[in-house]
Design a protein around this ligand. Structure first.
Ligand code: FMN
Length: 210
């Protein structure tokens, strides 16, 4: 079996973390880089990722996340927050980055910029927010895969009240919305769910060859 698939079988949505074990700075940096390198639509990366270290903030978030213990017990708590709208400034800032990174004049990118602006501008505000939140799921997937390679556990979480989390972390005034939470760290030996067999659809049920 490929190492990638072995890691996929090893990982699981951890229900109980060992609160005494901490991720090293080096591993955290690797996970951050995996998130940073994630693919996103047009490459715009219309989200921020908050690493919540403050235990008081984590204690405040826990009741807003169905009381899930991972919020306070994991080594680190990541909150993915999508931009609730998309402005021309977001696109211009991306184009500036492309121009500087690839050493090309920004004027050479203005046609592409107009193309993005008109396509994205045609979306309703709701559609923009849904579209930006979708990008955070790709970043989450990269986090899950990179963490599994490092034998670091992650619980992907939608089980929280975004309104409350936005309030606790002050997201609304920043034009952000909490889309996903990911506690990361090391599984507790007591977490019985680590021994459960994976439940997945069969190939026949999942794949359709045309
Ligand atoms: C977007 C998303 C949201 C999830 N939300 C939660 C959650 O709030 N709490 C939790 O314990 N598990 C959560 N899960 C974990 C899933 O239930 C789990 O990934 C799924 O049952 C497959 O099991 P496995 O990841 O352990 O292989 C979530 C998973 C995803 C992808």
């Amino acid at each position: 079996m490929s190492t990638f698939l072995e890691n996929q079988n090893w990982r699981y949505a951890t229900k109980k973390f060992d609160s005494t074990k901490k991720i090293t700075t080096e591993d955290l940096n690797t996970l951050k880089e995996a998130i940073r390198l994630s693919s996103s639509s047009y490459g715009l990366q219309l989200y921020k990722v908050f690493i919540v270290e403050n235990p008081e903030l984590r204690a405040k978030i826990q009741p807003a996340a169905w009381g899930q213990s991972q919020i306070v017990d994991a080594s680190h708590l990541l909150v993915f927050a999508n931009h609730t709208t998309v402005t021309d400034e977001h696109i211009d800032s991306y184009l500036k980055n492309v121009a500087e990174t690839r050493d090309i004049p920004q004027t050479a990118l203005s046609g592409y910029g107009d193309f993005m602006k008109s396509g994205i501008g045609a979306k309703s505000e709701d559609e923009k927010a849904i579209w930006t939140s979708k990008q955070t799921y790709l970043a989450l997937a990269n986090l899950l895969n990179a963490a599994a390679e490092l034998k670091i556990d992650v619980t992907p979480m939608e089980g929280f009240d975004p309104t409350q989390v936005n309030e606790i972390l002050g997201f609304t005034k920043l034009g952000l919305n909490a889309s996903l939470i990911a506690p990361i760290g090391y599984r507790s030996e007591d977490d019985a769910t680590q021994h459960l067999k994976k439940v997945r659809k069969s190939n026949e049920d999942l794949f359709i060859t045309l």
